[in-house]
Design a binder for this molecule. Structure first.
Ligand code: FES
Ligand SMILES: [Fe+2]
Length: 346
């Protein structure tokens, strides 16, 4: 049973996994957090690192109509997402620089900006600068009249926002996944769920081959071919039938040949929780329901990891065997996505 040896990659309908040892497969706990085991006592910070810098999905493109204004909470911040008159998706901080009204509560889109509901100040969606104060003497707009804005792109039918703790520009790209526009592939099937963990911990699983046996009930430990180039990583397994590409912390594309392609984004809600989105595409010839079935198979695997992630703590100096050095290499790779919290901008 080789296909169970890589994170969640057993084929749909492979019920030998059901009987294998490992943590219970309970996909329902992904969508219903009340079913989850949580024995940890709250209190204290669990993880010694800040929200990572990167591109993260904040919405699906189709969910955001022109003129629509949506409150969000990601990156430990209250945000507002809106689509301008020309169709651009924009993300800014939620609170007006004037007297702090939440722009998504009664605010509206005007042209390329958003108008505060409280006193009508208008902010440009791209720069965050105030462009209009519709009262008072003259037309002077204080230079401090602005809200923080975040770079946004739309790709693969998703809206992505760039977060950088220091406000720096993007240093990697969101990949185009050609299967989204390939008629040989079915319509995407999207799933999403919230998990009490962080991007680095989820990604560390991929560099922890032994857990596949104990958590996922896999028969053996996969041998991976790993390529790392800066922010990019590619892992090939199962004789090339499985390829996982990582483009930044929390952004991946996985392909199981002839079975499924899926895009993963792990968006930090704050420094202790993530909003995971998995978007599946299956070859159209595999049947109309195949992407959904693939999603359920992968979610079954993920449900085995969740109780571990939500109850574990991060051990900064782990006691490891020689063969487990990949975990330390992964942690070292992750450091490029963190800023010194002392340099954070407001
Ligand atoms: S609080 Fe936004 S315009 Fe006054
Ligand atoms: Fe896992």
């Amino acid at each position: 049973m080789t296909d169970a040896t890589v994170e969640g990659t057993w084929a749909p309908g492979d019920d030998s996994v059901e009987n294998a040892q490992g943590m219970p497969r309970r996909p329902e706990l992904l969508t219903d957090p009340s079913l989850r085991t949580r024995v940890r006592q709250p209190g204290g910070r669990r993880f010694p690192f800040p929200v990572p810098n990167g591109w993260f999905i904040v919405a699906t493109s189709e969910s955001l109509a022109p003129g629509e204004v949506v409150p969000l909470h990601y990156f430990g911040r209250d945000l507002v997402l809106f689509r301008t008159a020309s169709g651009q998706a924009r993300v800014t901080d939620a609170y007006c620089a004037h007297l702090g009204a939440h722009l998504a509560v009664g605010g509206h889109v005007e042209g390329e900006g958003i108008v505060c509901p409280f006193h009508g100040w208008c902010y440009d969606g791209e720069t965050g600068r105030c462009t209009d104060i519709p009262y008072g003497p003259g037309s002077h707009i204080p230079s401090q009249a602005k809200v923080r804005s975040f770079p946004v792109i739309e790709r693969n039918r998703m809206v992505w926002a760039w977060f950088h703790l220091e406000g720096k520009a993007p240093f990697y790209e969101v990949p185009e996944v050609p299967e989204f526009d390939d008629p040989a592939f079915s319509e995407p099937y999207a799933t999403d769920f919230v998990i009490d963990t962080v991007c680095q911990e989820m990604a560390e699983n991929n560099h922890d081959p032994v857990h596949f046996r104990f958590v996922h009930g896999a028969d053996d430990i996969p041998e991976d071919d790993v390529l790392i180039e800066g922010t990019y990583k590619r892992v090939t397994s199962m004789g090339g039938a499985f390829v996982r590409e990582t483009f930044g912390l929390g952004l991946g594309v996985l392909r199981v040949r002839d079975v499924v392609t899926f895009l993963t984004s792990t968006t930090p809600i704050d420094d202790e929780g993530v909003h995971v989105r998995w978007i599946f595409l299956a070859p159209a010839g595999n049947g109309p329901d195949d992407a959904r079935q693939a999603a359920e198979a992968f979610m079954g695997g993920l449900s085995q990891d969740v109780p571990i992630w939500e109850n574990k703590r991060y051990v900064e100096r782990p006691v490891l065997l020689k063969d487990e050095r990949g975990i330390l290499d992964h942690r070292q790779w992750c450091t490029q996505f963190y800023s010194d919290p002392a340099l954070a901008i407001d």
